[in-house]
Write a protein that binds this ligand. Structure first.
Ligand code: HEM
Ligand code: HEM
Length: 193
């Protein structure tokens, strides 16, 4: 049975991310209230936000790609892995943003900018993605019915391919910058203190 990818299934990831962001904001608010200061990036809470957020971002980068390239359907549908991709791809960046302590100097600032860019490009990709008919499992339907639909579909597929050429390199630049930031931050701000 074939179906168009339903918006409702996809929106669940957005709602869950929104709830997680509210919960994290509440904890962040409590810490600000208790300490009467913005949590510094290199102190316990700020550090924790950076590390957990970064782990979520790493999962975003690798898990969906691995599932996409594996032929075994045993580990859940592609559609649910994409939902998980979107959840970790939103919550991770949000935690990292709170980790920044609202200072965006130098390489760490550039890493934050790349993080914001990948999230924005993710939303654009998600929109194009929903224009391509898929099975409930999230796999593309190869043969469209009807001439008009075929042309629209070919266009959506070309757009999606072009979009990959943006989303993926941003991710690579982002992780390169992040690893240098982490190395430098740990060396100068943690070990040398
Ligand atoms: C993509 C992930 C990350 C981004 C975008 C990011 C971004 C930032 C930003 C914007 C700052 C503030 C820089 C400033 O003071 O001007 C910062 C500071 C810091 N970050 Fe990250 N960070 C990330 C991940 C991490 C991780 C995983 C760690 C630790 C393992 C870490 C450790 C630190 C430390 C220790 C500081 C404080 C440096 C200092 O006090 O001078 N960051 N980060
Ligand atoms: C830390 C943030 C993110 C990173 C590092 C990231 C990374 C990636 C990577 C590496 C791929 C390629 C997967 C592949 O074809 O092998 C991908 C695909 C995709 N991402 Fe993200 N992403 C992030 C956030 C997001 C967000 C927030 C959204 C949506 C709101 C999103 C939507 C998508 C979509 C729709 C695809 C294409 C799926 C496909 O063609 O099969 N991403 N992402």
């Amino acid at each position: 049975m074939t179906h168009y990818m339903t918006q409702s299934g996809n929106n669940r990831a957005l709602w869950l991310s929104f709830l997680a962001a509210i919960l994290i904001s509440a904890i962040y608010g409590l810490v600000v209230f208790w300490t009467k200061a913005i949590p510094p990036a290199g102190a316990l809470f700020g550090h924790l936000l950076g590390i957990l957020g970064f782990i979520l971002m790493l999962l975003t980068e690798v898990l969906y790609s691995i599932r996409k390239r594996s032929n075994s359907a045993r580990w859940g549908s592609m559609a649910s892995w994409l939902q998980f991709h979107i959840f970790t791809g939103l919550v991770g960046p949000y935690m990292v943003l709170l980790h920044s302590s609202w200072k965006f100097n130098g390489l760490a600032g550039a890493t934050t900018l790349l993080t914001i860019l990948i999230v924005i490009s993710g939303f654009i990709g998600r929109y194009i993605f929903t224009q391509i008919p898929r099975t409930l499992d999230g796999v593309e339907i190869a043969t469209p019915s009807g001439q008009v639909q075929a042309a629209a579909l070919a266009r959506a597929r070309r757009l999606m391919a072009a979009w990959h050429l943006i989303h993926i390199p941003i991710g690579m630049a982002l992780f390169t910058a992040a690893f240098i930031h982490i190395g430098a931050a740990l060396y100068y701000a943690t070990l040398m203190r």
